[in-house]
Design a protein around this ligand. Structure first.
Ligand code: CA
Length: 229
């Protein structure tokens, strides 16, 4: 049985009910909403493995919902449902950060196949991520978001853990603030913010013997940050 969690945001009651029943019978855990703003809230507050988003929705359309989710760092794959006559939808959907789309009306085996493919791709991505890392007497457990230094454990915030993993996975490479904001925070356009520097400072407090003279997370003046030499 597949216990992946799916959020369905679709405002046509019959279609919502039919798809919910179908996906539940496939073994998925399904929550649904018929409203854009409510759907976005559900997706932000709960860890879904996949989100199915209709384009035409009350209160906020699917593109806007998708864009907001990506800006808030929600990375679950998004499958957009578009009507046949909405020609520009495909392009718009990808710009908004969706992963795939399906044109209405569709056959349910087609939907099921798309869902399986998206979930497979997402879990492959997750498996390839670094689970833990050891350096200079420090152990980082990414699964538990925990860092142990000199036998003392410290919790890492979710964003701190993602930032540290991103730096370590690319050690020796200079990473710009813009890249970090896009890849770790999920921003599509780059806001003016000190958030990267603030999170780097927090990580240094936890990692470095002397945070003012960091040896592990190094500042490369005018360019960004680098993990290691
Ligand atoms: Ca609709």
């Amino acid at each position: 049985m597949n216990h992946a969690r799916i959020l369905l945001v679709e405002d046509e009651p019959n279609l919502r009910r039919t798809l919910t029943d179908l996906l539940r019978s496939d073994g998925y855990l399904v929550e649904s909403s018929g409203d854009g703003v409510e759907g976005q809230e559900l997706a932000t507050k709960n860890p879904f493995d996949l989100i199915i988003l209709d384009v035409m929705l009350p209160s906020r359309d699917g593109f806007e919902v998708c864009r907001c989710l990506r800006e808030n760092g929600v990375n679950a794959p998004v499958l957009m449902l578009t009507a046949r006559n909405e020609l520009n939808n495909k392009v718009q959907g990808f710009k908004a950060g969706s992963d795939d789309y399906l044109t209405k009306p569709f056959e349910t085996p087609e939907l099921e196949a798309r869902i399986e493919a998206l979930l497979r791709r997402a879990s492959r991505g997750a498996r390839n991520q670094l689970k833990s890392y050891d350096f200079d007497g420090i152990h980082v457990d990414f699964a538990r978001s925990e860092l142990t230094k000199n036998g003392k454990s410290t919790a890492l915030g979710e964003r701190e853990a993602r930032l540290l993993r991103y730096l370590i996975e690319r050690k020796g490479t200079i990473l710009s603030r813009d890249e970090l904001l896009q890849e770790v925070w999920g921003y599509k356009s780059i806001p003016l913010t000190r958030t990267v520097d603030v999170h780097i400072a927090w990580l240094r407090q936890k990692i470095e013997d002397d945070p003012k003279n960091p040896r592990h997370i190094v500042t490369v003046h005018g360019q960004g940050y680098r993990f290691g030499r």
